[in-house]
Design a protein around this ligand. Structure first.
Ligand code: IPD
Ligand code: CA
Ligand code: CA
Length: 263
């Protein structure tokens, strides 16, 4: 398979999708809720996913697309070539802030990640990787992550997990928040993953992410030595939701052992 050609195809597609999304601010957004009042989707999420599907199917009709908005065929295995796509990650930021949202794309061949992209649409910033060849931030290679100690780490975590909740022992997470240098919460899982792989954050933890939130990012992670697993330290099936941590390799196991206790 010609991954260089696929990489060029993917980048062209991302930049064009980005242009379309930015232009969409000049006309009205149709905003709906999905699973709950805070789970938003817009006509632009759906139109962008359809744009990806049309482009990819024109390139090769045998390729399948697993997208958040379910605009393509049903995908229940990763046989052959599967593109895992979140057309807008951080829809709440898209709607409310008109910034800080990403397109996340991963290309998998028989379940193995080959090309990964996280594209900051408003900044036109691209984090990407070609498996086995490295990772880049725009034109600059991303370095292997340098050692960090927990006391100097800056971690991404949503504040709600540090309050009483049914999923995780929040008292332990309070200890983690006290142990580290700082915490951040950006409202886009893909953005937080992009920040970990580029050393702007040292870890990011979430209680529930979907394959399209993490597909592209996990491929970039491998190239820079970031470790991504669920909160049991296991790899993902990329077909179901799971807990999630991505971290600098020097603190990944420590965080799991000392600060994570699922209920
Ligand atoms: C969401 C964002 C958010 C994360 C949620 C995701 P969406 O994706 O990544 O930061 O906390 O779990 O569902 O719905 O904006 O694509
Ligand atoms: Ca998402
Ligand atoms: Ca989304």
């Amino acid at each position: 398979m010609d991954f260089k050609r696929l990489d060029e195809f993917a980048k062209d597609m991302l930049f064009e999708a980005g242009r379309r999304i930015r232009e969409s601010f000049s006309y009205d957004l149709e905003i709906e809720t999905k699973s709950g009042a805070n789970d938003l989707v817009t006509n632009i999420d759906r139109e962008t996913e359809l744009f990806f599907i049309e482009r990819i199917k024109t390139f090769d009709p045998s390729y399948r697309i697993l997208g958040e908005e379910g605009m393509g065929e049903k995908v229940d295995n990763l046989d052959g070539v599967v593109w895992i796509i979140d057309p807008i990650d951080g829809t709440m930021n898209f709607v409310k802030q008109h910034r800080h949202f990403m397109i996340s794309v991963g290309l998998f061949v028989d379940g193995v990640g080959k090309l990964g992209y996280i594209f900051d649409v408003m900044r036109e910033d691209l984090f990407y990787a070609i498996a086995g060849e490295g990772a880049w931030y725009n034109d600059s290679p991303l370095r292997k992550l340098q050692p960090v100690v927990i006391e100097e780490a800056v971690i991404g975590i949503n504040a709600s997990w540090v309050t009483p909740n049914p999923k995780i022992n929040h008292e332990k997470l309070i200890e983690l928040v006290r142990a580290v240098r700082g915490t951040r919460s950006y409202g886009s899982a893909a953005m937080e993953i992009a920040f970990v792989v580029s050393g702007k954050l040292d870890a990011y933890i979430s209680m529930r992410l979907a394959p399209w939130d993490i597909g592209g990012g996990t491929i970039i992670a491998k190239e820079v030595g970031a470790i991504a697993t669920n909160l049991h330290g296991e790899w993902f099936d990329f077909l179901s939701n799971d807990t999630f941590i991505i971290a600098n390799p020097h603190i990944h196991q420590l965080i799991l052992d000392k600060y994570i206790e699922e209920k």
